[in-house]
Design a binder for this molecule. Structure first.
Ligand code: ADP
Ligand code: MG
Length: 317
């Protein structure tokens, strides 16, 4: 379990994370969703004690990260910027982490195997592709067989097969009763992976709810209607007390009425229809609406600056 209480982080004038209070529970995948710059990585770094909160508190199974004995055996994490020494092999990187956390060498072989890196384990990490780098980061997170796992944007830059693999891995870790906390800026990704959802924008908590509840509350359904007799159709709908909204491309969108009703009405009034299709607004749209006022644009800098690499938190002693 990860518990945040009033967690706040300021960088000078900038409030990156503002008064976040929520709990990440075991047995399910909890998605941590927010647009770029929302404060996801900062929050995760504070959970790991790599950044110190300006205010508030965060505990891992009731204890601060700094106080954990052999922290990798409590919580494993894949962070955004991976601090693997480029001249070091995957094997040596993991062995170092294992030795400083009282983890047996045998476990290094197990996790290399689990992430599919055994064949390249002795190669220098600088030759690794993005996908191989992600797999190495995940191997490190799995190393201590921790009950709590945290992944910061794990599917970024991965091919569809890699994305599927990570998704399956996270779900199976949760099914084993572990706490799994995963961030993304993509609603579509979260909808496929997470059972619970924590949404932030500009460092603030916007939602803390089950995915099912989020979907039920946010997926607007409507009917798309297209007719070469658009004016006539509008009249007919209007007379029946049905409100239609024109969408950009000449089609009409009707809220709150079933396609059957609209089709029958059009048939009765002899209006030709070229399209009559029930739609569901995407969750991506719901997410955009929710965060619209809190999006931080990075138009000038492109992407957010790279964050601090794996800090000393991993390398105690
Ligand atoms: P996310 O991971 O959701 O994209 P971040 O946590 O990386 O967001 O960043 C949140 C905000 O804090 C952004 O405005 C970012 O520019 C700022 N920020 C992050 N790290 C630092 C830092 N070390 N110094 C100053 N500002 C930072
Ligand atoms: Mg981030």
């Amino acid at each position: 379990m990860i518990e945040l209480e009033g967690l706040t982080k300021r960088y000078g004038e900038k409030v990156a994370v503002r008064d976040l209070t929520f709990t990440v529970r075991p047995g399910i995948v909890t998605g941590f969703l927010g647009p770029n710059g929302a404060g996801k990585s900062t929050t995760m770094r504070m959970i790991l004690g790599l950044d110190h909160p300006t205010a508030g508190d965060v505990r891992i199974d009731g204890t601060h990260y700094d106080r954990l004995q052999d922290p990798l055996t409590y919580i494993g994490a894949l962070l955004e910027a991976k601090g693997v020494h480029p001249g070091r092999s995957a094997y040596n990187h993991l062995l170092c982490l294992a030795q400083s956390n009282g983890i047996p060498e045998r476990r290094v072989h197990e996790v290399l195997d689990a992430v599919g890196l055994t064949a390249v384990a002795r190669k220098k990490a600088k030759g690794f592709s993005l996908g191989m780098g992600q797999r190495l980061g995940i191997a490190a997170a799995l190393l201590g067989d921790p009950r709590i796992m945290m992944f910061d944007e794990p599917v970024n830059g991965l091919d569809p097969e890699g994305i599927h693999w990570i998704r399956t891995l996270m779900k199976s870790l949760a099914a084993q009763g572990r706490t799994v906390f995963v961030s993304s800026h993509l609603m579509s990704e979260m909808a496929l992976t997470a059972e619970h959802l924590v949404v932030i924008g500009q460092g603030r908590l916007l939602a803390d709810t089950s995915m099912a509840d989020f979907i039920a509350r946010n997926s607007r359904s409507y009917v798309r209607v297209r007719s070469p007799q658009r004016e006539l159709l509008l009249d007919v709908l209007h007379q029946a007390g049905i409100t239609a909204v024109e969408s950009g491309d000449g089609t009409l969108e009707v809220d709150g009425w079933e396609a059957e009703r609209i089709g029958e009405l059009a048939a009765r009034e002899q209006v030709v229809l070229h399209e009559l299709s029930p739609q569901r607004a995407s969750l991506e749209e719901a997410f955009m609406r929710l965060t619209a006022e809190s999006v931080e644009y990075h138009a000038h800098t492109g992407t957010p600056a790279p964050v601090q690499a794996w800090g000393d938190g991993w390398k105690r002693g």
